[in-house]
Design a protein around this ligand. Sequence first.
Ligand code: ADP
Length: 453
Amino acid sequence: MGIWLNYKNVVKRNCTNSQDTQQDLMYWRNNLFASTLIFLLPLCFIALLPSLYWIYKTHLLSVAVVDLLAVAVVIFIALVPGIKIITRKIIFMVNLYVFSFAILYFVGPSGSSLVYLLACTVFSTLIFPTVYGYWPAWGNCIICFLFGACIYFNFLPVSQQHKIELGEWIAVSMNLIFLSFLNVTLIPRLFKGLQSTINKQIQLQNELIQEKQALGDALKKLSQKNGELEQFSYIASHDLQEPLRMISGFLTQLKNKYDNKLDEKALQYIRFAVDGSQRMHRIIKDLLEYSRASKIDKEVELVDLNTLFVDVKGVFTKSIEECKAVITTDQLPVINTHRTLMEQVFQNLLGNGLKYCRTDEIPRIHVSAKDINTHWEFTFKDNGIGIEKEYFEKIFIIFQRLHHKNEYSGTGIGLAITKKIVEYLGGKIWVESDPDKGSIFYFTVLKKNNNTF
Ligand code: ADP
């Protein structure tokens, strides 16, 4: 086995070019050439045995010489290093033609010579570029003509003479020529088809690489812009806080100091202005949270979501008591995650469940969790006012609200923050809802190592 493998490696090294790629037709032609030599050499020895026996019986020593010479040349081409592949191929073809002609000359057309001549056309169209396609067929024409001349001028060995008539040879050789031309016409078609398939593949690959590059560039620009935008909104909202604090502070002072001197209309205006500044304060606070959503709390820790949920529920104690809401949970997992981010998600979803409740029913909110292999899936189910199907996507976009602030207070940022956090945690968020029946908010988070229940 070791000898066979070594032998194969030597022939492959000699007859193929390591720089050729599989998209190169020459790669396949060279491989075919190497494989032909790999199998031909042992077969030559096997074929040599019966021919040597036959030669021993018929005393055709000249054929023995031709046979041995041909095998020697094949060994030379396959095993001797340092020769160019094209030279090896040319020697191989010349050897095959000489061998075929010699067999034809010494044994006559009844020997295997015609088969070898036909094989010459097959081999040469397989291992040489298509442009040389018709050369082997013409080669066969010349050999047929030469052999015809040998018959005509009685140049054949004595044993061969009177064995074949010129007319008979013409008939036989016409068949050989016909088949040779058929071969050299058909085989290149196969290569043409292969070439165009390979070309298409290369073109597609190039296009893909270009598109990938363009996409990469666009993504880079996008994330850069996104970063700038986040930075901008952070700075803007942070800087806006100060003048806003001044406005509401002075308004409160105005009201306190001049309360008796101002008429009802003026006081109403001040109330509106205070309301407006408070609302603006909430928006700025939410905006700040939005721009910080995926920046803070990079530390992952083991978080028991049952305790976290109790904490979050504590934030809403007042409104839970007011509306007598019933809040239940399944056993929640203990997971490796960013505590404050998870807290914020829970807070936003629970807060919305409590806020968007129906007046005719006690709010009921149920929270559950499910292990879905790579992720945890959480659900927040409520029996609130529900959402129309057409808004299922829209509500996750920043500032998108479905109600006027007088109906339900809010800034339209909570779900956008939640979505951003969930995506940061490697998951997604979506909603299923029936208007007037309630909503189920689903979200997933990617499991980190060692997640446990
Ligand atoms: P906000 O509550 O401040 O308006 P959100 O981003 O949290 O902003 O929500 C966006 C919109 O989605 C809300 O205005 C509301 O119309 C709708 N919404 C959110 N949660 C619920 C819910 N549980 N039930 C019904 N509608 C909801």
